[in-house]
Design a protein around this ligand. Structure first.
Ligand SMILES: [Zn+2]
Length: 123
């Protein structure tokens, strides 16, 4: 077992002792409360970001891919449109700010339909 210094009287105390034998300072109680404080801090840290609506990164990526798909050569546009559709869909189902994701889904759908029609007509 390790020896620690009592914060109250500076005596050497076993870290498994409940309290300092010379002054009665609570050793393990103190440890536990510090541990609880750390836990509380962690809980606060993980709680705060979820309190704010997360930025819809998939929605933004889906929007960009969908927009680019409109200008892609047809045979590439089919694949980028599907990718944009999937990423936008993730953005819509998993995030709160969905404007970009919905726009990305619409743009990807348009790009997909145009690419398919273009391939059928000229491919
Ligand atoms: Zn002590």
């Amino acid at each position: 077992m390790a020896m620690i210094t009592c914060p109250e009287c500076n005596n050497s105390v076993s870290d498994s002792a409940k309290e300092c034998p010379s002054c009665g300072y609570p050793i393990n109680d103190k440890k536990r409360s510090m541990y609880d404080e750390l836990n509380e801090y962690d809980n606060n840290a993980s709680y705060e970001p979820s309190a704010l609506p997360p930025f819809n990164t998939p929605g933004l990526i889906g929007f960009i891919i969908g927009l680019l798909s409109l200008f892609m050569p047809l045979f590439i546009g089919v694949f980028t449109a599907v990718a944009g559709f999937i990423v936008s869909y993730i953005g819509i189902t998993n995030y709160e700010k969905r404007g970009l994701a919905i726009t990305g889904l619409v743009l990807s759908s348009i790009a997909f339909v145009f690419s398919i029609i273009g391939l059928l007509l000229w491919g």
